[in-house]
Design a protein around this ligand. Structure first.
Ligand SMILES: Nc1ncnc2c1ncn2[C@@H]1O[C@H](COP(=O)(O)OP(=O)(O)O)[C@@H](O)[C@H]1O
Ligand SMILES: [Mg+2]
Length: 431
C-alpha cells in the first residue's frame, strides 16, 4: 500500500528552483531593458549634439555659409590643376548605424601640405584608414594618382599608383631591435632597392636627428624618439605622399617642434603631405590648407588666410587700465551697445560669439565684434567713442585686432567645446 504523499524535499526543491528561475529571468529582463534605454539615450544625445553643435545650422549649405570664401578654393579651381594626388569623392563611412564620415570630398595636390583638423571623434582616423585601405568606405570613392599622372580608383585593382607612406598608430616596435635593424627590415618589406637601403637609413636618421641612436635598442628610446622612428619607418620607401595621423600625440613641446621642422623639410623636398590633428595651433603653421572636420562633416577647406578672410566678423581687443566692477558692468555694456550700435556686427556668427560686446575679466578687456565692411574707418570710430565718451567709466590702455588665426582658432575651440559637452553627456546621460 502506498502511504499519503508527504510534501517531501523533492517538491520543495522544485518550488525553490522555480522561484530561482523567475528571479533570474526578472534580473535578465531588467538588465536588457536598462541597456536598451541607455543605448537609446546615447543615440538621442548624439543627435541632439549634432544639432546643438551647429546651432540652427541645419543643412550642409548652412554649414558652408559660416564662411564666405574669398580666395580660390579647391573646388573652384580643380579643373585648372591636373596635379591632383588624392581625391576624395563623397566619401562616407558608417560603423553600424553610426555615421562617422559624412560625404567628404576634397583634393590634395602635388607638393601641398594639408591639415585635417577636428576634435577627437570627428572622423579623421577613419578617413585616413580608408585611404590606407584598412577600412572600406560605405560609399564614395578615393582616387590616387598613378605613375602616368592619371587618377585611379583606390579600391579597384590598379598598378603603379604613386607610393604612399602612413603613420597611423603609435608605433609598437620589438624593443630588443635597434633602430637600424627595424628600418632595414621595413625597407626590405617595402621592396626598397637593397643597395640603397643603408644610405636611405642614414639620410633619414640625420634628418630626424637620431643618427647617434642608429645602433641603440628601441627600449632605450623616449616616446618622442619612438614616434620619430615610426615616422621614418612610414617613409623609408620614399613615398610621394606622406600621411600622418596625429604625429604629435603624447610628445613634449620640443619634440612637437621637431615634428613640424621635419614636415617642413619634406615639403621643401616636394612631398605631398596630409596630416591629421586635433590641435589646430600645432599644425596650422606648417599647412597650406586646412580641412576643418566635425561630426564627420568637412565644415571648411581652404588656406588659413582665406578661411579667416571669409569669416564675416572680426573682433577687437580693448584692454583697460583697471578692472570693471561686477555691479557696473551691466550698465557699461548697455551703454557701449547703444553707442557702438552702428558699428557692431549685426549678423554675428554664433560659432564666434553670441553677443557683440564681451567683457573678459581675466584679461581686463572688452572684445568687440564689429562690422568689417569698412574696417579701418570703423575701428577708428570705435576707438574715438571709447576714449571720449567712456572717459569716466574706464581707461583704454591698448586697442588691437586679434592675433592672426585667432578667429579660426576660436571657431575651432567652439567645436572642441561641443566635443567636451558630448563627453560630459555620455558620462552623465542625456534626458
Ligand atoms: N571601429 C569602430 N567601430 C565603431 N565606431 C567607431 C570605430 N572607430 C571609430 N568609431 C567612431 O567613429 C567616430 C570617428 O572616429 P575616428 O575616425 O577615430 O575620429 P578621430 O580620428 O577624428 O578622433 C567616433 O565617434 C568613433 O567613436
Ligand atoms: Mg584619430
Amino acid at each position: 500500500m502506498m502511504g499519503p504523499v508527504k510534501p517531501g524535499g523533492g517538491f520543495q526543491g522544485q518550488n525553490f528552483l522555480l522561484i530561482f528561475l523567475i528571479i533570474v529571468i526578472i534580473i535578465v529582463v531588467i538588465i536588457i531593458v536598462y541597456f536598451v534605454i541607455k543605448k537609446r539615450k546615447k543615440k538621442k544625445g548624439q543627435e541632439k549634439l549634432r544639432e546643438h553643435a551647429y546651432k540652427g545650422i541645419k543643412s550642409r549649405e548652412d554649414i558652408k555659409s559660416i564662411y564666405t570664401p574669398t580666395g580660390t578654393s579647391t573646388s573652384e579651381n580643380k579643373n585648372e590643376k591636373n596635379d591632383t594626388m588624392i581625391k576624395l569623392e563623397n566619401l562616407t563611412k558608417y560603423y553600424g548605424k553610426y555615421l562617422a564620415v559624412d560625404n567628404v570630398s576634397f583634393e590634395v595636390h602635388s607638393g601641398e601640405v594639408i591639415g585635417l583638423v577636428g576634435p577627437n571623434g570627428a572622423g579623421k582616423t577613419t578617413i585616413i584608414k580608408m585611404i590606407a585601405k584598412l577600412l572600406r568606405p560605405s560609399s564614395g570613392r578615393i582616387w590616387v594618382r598613378d605613375n602616368q599622372g592619371e587618377l585611379k580608383d583606390l579600391n579597384k585593382k590598379s598598378r603603379n599608383l604613386v607610393k604612399l607612406g602612413f603613420l597611423i598608430d603609435i608605433p609598437a616596435f620589438y624593443k630588443d631591435m635597434t633602430a637600424y635593424q627595424i628600418l632595414k627590415y621595413s625597407a626590405l618589406l617595402q621592396r626598397y632597392p637593397r643597395e640603397k637601403i643603408n644610405d636611405r637609413i642614414d639620410e633619414l636618421l640625420k634628418i630626424f636627428d637620431l643618427i647617434d641612436w642608429k645602433h641603440e635598442k628601441v627600449k632605450t628610446f623616449s616616446k618622442g624618439m619612438t614616434q620619430k622612428l615610426g615616422m621614418i619607418q612610414s617613409i623609408i620607401h620614399d613615398p610621394e605622399i606622406i600621411i600622418l595621423d596625429e604625429p604629435q600625440t603624447g610628445l613634449d613641446p620640443l619634440a612637437r617642434i621637431d615634428i613640424r621642422r621635419i614636415i617642413k623639410e619634406f615639403h621643401r623636398n616636394g612631398k605631398t603631405i596630409f596630416v591629421a590633428s586635433h590641435m589646430l595651433a600645432e599644425i596650422s603653421e606648417v599647412c597650406e590648407k586646412i580641412a576643418l572636420i566635425n561630426f564627420g562633416v568637412i565644415i571648411a577647406f581652404d588656406t588659413i588666410d582665406n578661411l579667416e578672410r571669409g569669416l564675416r566678423t572680426s573682433g577687437l581687443n580693448c584692454k583697460l587700465l583697471d578692472p570693471i566692477s561686477p555691479d557696473q558692468l551691466g550698465s557699461i555694456i548697455k551703454k557701449l551697445t547703444e553707442r557702438l550700435e552702428p558699428y557692431l556686427d549685426k549678423d554675428l556668427d554664433v560659432l564666434v560669439s553670441k553677443i557683440p560686446i564681451k567683457y573678459i575679466p581675466q584679461k581686463r578687456s572688452f572684445k568687440i565684434f564689429y562690422d568689417t565692411t569698412d574696417s579701418k574707418q570703423t575701428r577708428a570710430e570705435i576707438l574715438k567713442i571709447l576714449v571720449k565718451e567712456f572717459e569716466s567709466d574706464f581707461t583704454v590702455v591698448s586697442f588691437s585686432k586679434p592675433k592672426k588665426s585667432s578667429q579660426l582658432e576660436q571657431i575651432y575651440s567652439r567645436l572642441i567645446a561641443e566635443d567636451k559637452v558630448e563627453i560630459e553627456l555620455s558620462k552623465g546621460g542625456v534626458n
